[in-house]
Design a binder for this molecule. Sequence first.
Ligand SMILES: [Zn+2]
Ligand SMILES: [Zn+2]
Length: 345
Amino acid sequence: MKAFTYIEKGKFAMTDKPRPSIQSPTDAIVRVTLGSICTSDLHIKHGSVPRAVPGITVGHEMVGIVEETGSEVKGVSVGDRVTVNVETFCGDCFYCRHGYVNNCTSPHGGWALGCRIDGGQAEYVRVPLASQGLNRIPDSVTDDQALFVGDILATGFWAARISEISPDDTVLIIGAGPTGICTLLCVMLKHPKNIIVCEQSEERRRFIRNNYPDVLVTTPEECCDFTAAHSLHGGADRVLEVAGGPDTFQLAWQCARPNAIVTIVALYDKPQLLPLPDMYGKNLTFKTGGVDGCDCAEVLQLIAQGKIDTTPLITHRFPLSRIEEAYRIFENKEDNVNKIAIYND
Ligand SMILES: [Zn+2]
Ligand SMILES: [Zn+2]
């Protein structure tokens, strides 16, 4: 089968690999019907994910159809349409039982698919611990609608959840890339008083204005003044930092009001400075966390009810056989690309 493979630092290529088979009774084999490319794939390509193993098939955002299940797999059956969770987790350890599946202590746990083991930019993928890693897609939900449930939408849902948003809040979201937009959609479910999105790119600001006219939009330069002007208490009640730019962490705490919650979803290239003397007396609560995909079933229900729609994010479509072209466009941000759906041809 075709499998897009991490060859070495700087190089991905299409290779031919045998179809995966069940290795453990908790595995399932999924025929990938739709996948996508994530910024984390580019981090692997550029050698900035030390855990990534050369030779593995990349890709960790996908939906598909269950082809085969091991004898111990529960909750999904052959023929089911499923989302695949970016996280592999046991469901049974201390962290999993408390909903922190990202911190699963199983040796197989964490980001494995498309990083430490073969992922989903391929015709088929083996999903370990499949009872936890797969969620059945409701019949009324399309592959397009479900595509981001296991990764960037899970991230946005988690970020909105831990931010403890209430109806009186002004919520500032920094960054309107794909994960920023997923975060926005999940923040909207909490119906805060004001939502402000701060984004550097004019194209992305336009996307927010066109698709979500009730959301206020600002630039990094104007962000703090704009946020103060649209807040009741001199700054944002909740800040969700999704951008991960060189200065966006500083922007996040500076735009927050005293006693605010600042949630950091962004993945930074470099360590960030926490200037405690400058924020003395501000009594901020910082929360951090990457994707913690423990709510995928709930997210799928919200999609089925029409409460979350990520389909406007899909701006391009390519068959798997032309995925190199898709990477070029995604990596160089050509043609106003947002997310690219990769279908099996
Ligand atoms: Zn990702
Ligand atoms: Zn676990």
